[in-house]
Design a protein around this ligand. Structure first.
Ligand SMILES: Nc1nc2c(ncn2[C@@H]2O[C@H](COP(=O)(O)OP(=O)(O)OP(=O)(O)O)[C@@H](O)[C@H]2O)c(=O)[nH]1
Ligand SMILES: [Mg+2]
Length: 612
């Protein structure tokens, strides 16, 4: 596996010392904006690094929680910052809720500004912090008292960080790469540059990439990690990507770089949603802000489990209808904030998305939908794929499955098309039934035309599907365009047996001087409709060959003709020569010669022909 970097994020109330702590740890001042310097607060995300650790410093101000969210989505490990003597404040709570809802599982608590308080007050803060995280992923996490001013505790903090970082699984370098964009700008002479944390996979210079949901493609001209050019960026790294062919004004925070054509942005996301304990009940059709990756999109919540409002502190299945398309995949986490007041009320994990051409069942009853989401929530990747395939009308392509779920090719196997085994069995049974019925009503026909079979049972399905199904079925035979039950034999009645022999004889004996077809049929001993079918059978079996609209020859006569011309290879001849060689009249000679031209036995050149 390729190495991944661990992303450490700060969290905590305004002014509690997050930025000062990152600077003390890394020597990097993450407050870059003039306004940040002037006001002495952080406004947007700040970035720093120390060895394999990437730091994201977030603003604590309540007005900038949305900026905090853009950074928090990429965090593997949180450093919850609480200032000594200040205790738990609103954004301590909100940031911590966000980390929990985003599924962050690792972290530590830094009690900052330890130089400002005495031992008792420091102990009190520690107790409050312990109490606050009880029952959460930070229960039993290291708690380190530090001062960014005196440097006290920094060594302990560094070693605690590297110990936890070594236990964090990190981001999955084997998944498809995705880079949620948090900044874009243009660099003179270089064009558009976007930055973000690579949340999965790897990117290389020269890769083609798509800007979702903008659907614009571009080539990666250059990559930078920590201001140094690299050929390849790995999962977890803060990455700056120089894009050819894109104008930086087209790029916004919230867009995602990912492989071209692989995914589709969605506007309908089905989720498992948790409403936090302190929130108001969430009503059906409530307008919300939906945050995922670095994006923030207005959305409407549609309750699925029940239309009764979701109660605080509980979970429910919720569908979010997004105002704008977003690249998001099952398994991704998101945060939901209320419209007014704009506060974090919950979050959860994506269970399914609707993308174009996904073959998804259009309407389902609420209870069925909840059931289905329950299954998806518990499903392994294989089970998820099986469920989606079983819901589709004709099965799904590998590409559709990847777009719908983000599964790797290696997780679903090399097949190009996936069908449900039960569906297949039922479809094959239906095909058999159609053929059996057809054979009953058309006993003299070899079978049913493949196109006819397709339009009866698989209209709208991909063209290869019928062949796939038939190739897996031993008791159905395919001959050219004709499909039949393998057991089917054209069953001739006694008088038909005699008649078919008579017809064939008549043509065989005639040689190249063929008789009138209608005469032969009239004299064969069965009525004309059946006689015509017998003629069809003889032609299907290649005993008779139709040379022109009204001339039919026995195959043996044409074989002799071929042999005759075979002995004259290369010679040039006229229609008169041909009549001499074969003894046929002009009426037969012309159609026969045209037939020979079509068969590439002769070639016409002006008034004469050449034997090939
Ligand atoms: N005495 C002392 N002051 C500190 C310490 N850490 C930070 N400060 C001061 O506290 C103030 C706020 O620190 P910041 O690091 O900007 O706080 P912040 O949490 O990043 O604030 P926001 O980003 O706006 O949420 C600054 O004036 C710092 O100098 C510390 O350990 N000791
Ligand atoms: Mg700050």
């Amino acid at each position: 596996m390729e190495k991944t970097h661990i992303v450490v994020g700060t969290a905590g109330h305004i002014d509690h010392g997050k930025t000062a702590l990152i600077r003390a740890l890394t020597g990097i001042d993450t407050d870059r904006l003039e306004e940040e310097k002037r006001r002495g607060i952080s406004i947007d995300l700040g970035f720093a690094h120390l060895g394999e650790l990437e730091f994201i410093d977030v603003p604590g101000h309540e007005r900038f929680v949305k900026n905090m969210l853009a950074g928090a989505s990429g965090i593997d490990l949180v450093m919850l910052v609480i200032a000594a003597g200040e205790s738990i404040k609103p954004q301590t709570r909100e940031h911590f809720d966000i980390c929990r809802l985003l599924g962050i599982r690792h972290g530590l608590i830094a009690i900052t500004k330890s130089d400002l308080v005495d031992r008792d007050l420091l102990d009190l803060t520690r107790l409050e912090a312990e109490e606050f995280v009880r029952g959460s992923f930070l229960e039993n996490a290291p708690m380190v008292s530090v001062s960014a001013i005196t440097g006290a505790g920094l060594e302990d903090l560094r070693s605690a960080l590297s110990r936890i970082a070594s236990e964090v699984p990190g981001k999955d370098a084997s998944r498809y790469p995705r880079l949620p964009i948090d900044r874009s700008f243009s660099m003179r002479g270089h064009g558009a540059v976007v930055t973000g944390t690579l949340i999965a996979g790897a990117l290389s210079v020269q890769d083609e990439i798509e800007l979702y949901p903008f659907t614009k493609r571009a080539r990666i001209r250059g990559l930078q990690v920590h201001s140094s050019p690299v050929d390849r960026a790995h999962a977890g790294q803060r990455t700056a990507v120089n894009l050819g062919g894109i104008d930086s004004s087209d790029v916004r925070r919230g867009m995602v770089l990912a492989p071209p054509g692989l995914f589709s942005a969605t506007q309908q996301v089905d989720c498992e949603f948790e409403l936090i304990a302190g929130a108001h009940p969430l009503k059906h059709r409530a307008p919300v802000h939906f945050h995922a990756g670095t994006s923030e999109i207005e959305a409407e919540a549609r309750l699925i489990s029940s239309l009764a409002p979701v109660r605080p502190g509980t979970r429910a299945y919720v569908r979010f209808l997004l105002r704008e398309p977003l690249l998001i995949l099952p398994g991704d986490r998101f945060i939901v904030r209320m419209f007014s007041p704009v506060v974090t009320i919950g979050g959860g994990v994506v269970l399914d998305i609707v993308v174009p051409h996904s073959g998804q069942p259009s309407r389902m009853r609420r209870s069925q939908l909840a059931d289905r989401l329950g299954k998806l929530e518990r499903a392994t990747p294989t089970e998820r794929v099986a469920l989606l395939v079983s819901e589709s009308k004709f099965g799904m392509s590998a590409a559709q499955l990847i777009a719908r779920t983000g599964v790797l090719r290696s997780e679903i196997g090399p097949a190009a098309w996936f069908t449900d085994p039960a569906w297949e069995t039922q479809k094959i049974a239906a095909l058999r039934a159609i053929l059996a019925q057809y054979h009953r009503t058309h006993p003299l026909q070899a079978g049913l035309a493949k196109e006819e079979l397709r339009s009866r049972e698989l209209a709208g399905a991909p063209a290869h599907l019928l062949d796939d199904l038939l190739s897996r079925t031993k008791d159905i035979a395919v001959e050219g365009d004709v499909v039949r039950l393998a057991s089917h034999r054209v069953a001739l009645k006694h008088d038909e047996d005699e008649a078919i022999a008579k017809i064939e004889d008549a043509f065989r004996q005639a040689g190249l001087g063929v008789p009138s077809t209608s005469d032969v049929l009239a004299k064969c001993g069965v009525e004309i409709a059946r006689a015509r079918t017998l003629l069809q059978i003889l032609m299907r079996n290649r005993k008779l060959v139709r040379v022109s609209e009204d001339l039919i020859f026995h195959a043996s006569a044409l074989d002799q003709l071929r042999a005759l011309l075979g002995s004259r290879k290369g010679s040039r001849f006229s229609v008169a020569d041909f009549k001499d060689w074969t003894g046929v009249s002009r009426k037969y000679a012309i159609p026969l010669l045209e037939f020979l031209d079509r068969e590439r036995i002769t070639r016409r050149e002006g008034d004469s022909r050449i034997v090939l």
